[in-house]
Ligand binder design. Structure first.
Ligand SMILES: [Zn+2]
Length: 224
């Protein structure tokens, strides 16, 4: 999955190159599959004043936008591809292995994951559907970029089969287990407004009350 190769234009530019005016051509957007290109394109347009800075940021609990049911993606457009690709660097910066669109306030049924951090393991799932769950269940400690400092053991199925569209609009069927399956189930929950704290044992939930209250108070003081 996710063969994002560097395109010829970027390879010749290098990271510290001057704003690459050549990349301002419309053809630039066709290169959206190449993450490096997306970044360079964004940079080029920023420098030229064509594009305002991207302001996607990760929302934190108890932002009500994390509790909405996300809407299906109707069409995979170049603009959608570009925004999805931009979720990867945002996720890496936050040291996460998964990021769902609702976490950036984008109410669409899609998410990105990468459990190894290797480029070839990047996975973007659009309009995912869990077709099967099985193999028993297992407990593992989870965290969430929208719940900083909160961790707890969540019981999930070991093995899943998921169907989704990729960034080219092709339908994929993925069978996976272990951490990948867990990560997909966690991100899938976000599309239905479910957070991992909803799946904790009552005792664990109780023990996290103080930390959750702190996040609620921080949010309340930020809006005052
Ligand atoms: Zn999460």
């Amino acid at each position: 999955m996710g063969s994002y190769s560097r395109c010829a234009q970027v390879s010749t530019l290098g990271a510290s190159a001057a704003p690459p005016e050549a990349l301002l051509r419309d053809s630039c957007l066709d290169l959206a599959r190449c993450y490096t290109c997306v970044e360079v394109c964004r940079l080029a347009r920023l420098h030229s004043g064509v594009l305002m800075p991207a302001t996607d940021a990760i929302l934190t609990y108890p932002d009500p936008r994390l509790r909405r049911t996300a809407e299906p993606v109707e069409e995979v457009t170049p603009e959608l591809r570009e925004r999805v690709q931009a979720m990867f660097p945002l996720m890496y910066e936050a040291k996460g292995i998964g990021l769902a669109a609702p976490q950036i306030g984008w109410n669409k049924r899609l998410f990105v994951i990468n459990v190894t951090g290797e480029k070839e393991d990047e996975l973007a799932l659009i309009n995912p559907r869990i077709l099967e769950k099985g193999g028993g269940t297992w407990l593992m400690e989870e965290g969430c970029l929208s719940l900083p400092g909160i961790h707890g053991k969540v019981r999930r199925e070991k093995r899943i089969v998921v169907e989704a569209e990729d960034l080219d609009g092709n339908v994929l069927e993925i069978e996976c287990d272990g951490l990948v399956a867990r990560c997909i189930l966690h991100e899938y929950d976000h599309l239905d407004g479910v957070l991992f704290i909803d799946r904790l044992s009552p005792a664990k939930k109780q023990s996290l009350k103080r930390k959750l209250r702190a996040l609620e108070e921080r949010a309340a003081s930020a809006v005052r």
